[in-house]
Design a protein around this ligand. Sequence first.
Ligand SMILES: C[S@@+](CC[C@H](N)C(=O)[O-])C[C@H]1O[C@@H](n2cnc3c(N)ncnc32)[C@H](O)[C@@H]1O
Length: 254
Amino acid sequence: MYLYYRNVNLETTADELVRLVAGFQTQLVDLEFVSNELYLCLEDEGLYVYSSQFKPLNLKLFYSEFIAKRKPAIKREILIQAINLRASTDNLIYGLDTTAGLGRDAILMSLAGYRITMLENNPYLAVVLNYLCIEFAMQLPFLEVVYSDNLTYLHESSKVYNLIYLDPMFNDGKQALAKKDMQIIDLFIHQISLNHTTDNQALFELARKRCRQKLIVKRDNKQAELVSQPVPTYVKKGKTIRFDVYQCNEVSEK
Ligand SMILES: C[S@@+](CC[C@H](N)C(=O)[O-])C[C@H]1O[C@@H](n2cnc3c(N)ncnc32)[C@H](O)[C@@H]1O
């Protein structure tokens, strides 16, 4: 696995980006370099995703536009309304996104003032998320990424979070993400041969044990709940997706 970079001055940044993924290497390439495969390339204008399936995607632009568009109305985001926990200097809210993907939901939670740890087991996406954390550290100061399988992380860590978020890959092929975003995630996922059949019941149960306040599951409106029991404490519905929220303690903060 390679992160390419086109300018010798970018070597240090490239090395920093791949540091969290063992086996990921960096390689200097010339301006004419192209490959038929899906690949990441660090350039003066930002980190690019190249694929034969779509035109080069500048992630710096992608994330800048996403943040600029969503930040002003962050309190109106359904996800933030579903979480409904107020963060302040006296009330720090720690959250775990167990299936970070491109980090868009994690960005929303971070913009709402929560301190979010993102878990991602796809090495390419982990590098992309690391880029997000480093490049946007000013706007998202308390966002971090861990390259790990979520079940392994939850088994090995004893940390407890105020909120835990699940947006898993669904076994029925329907995803709770817009098509374009999912296409990019899908391409990265198919690049790597990992076992994608996560035991969602086990993930849910383990997450519940590590959750102090709210466990939030993103679903497509047409889908059933992720687990048959317990039923969600409450549901926040959008046009096509919804958030099933499970209160993890006796104190109701609905
Ligand atoms: C539906 S996407 C999440 C999209 C994300 N909410 C966003 O805003 O971009 C699910 C993600 O979970 C990741 N994933 C799947 N199984 C995982 C596992 N066992 N541990 C960690 N991440 C996993 C996939 O690689 C994929 O990126």
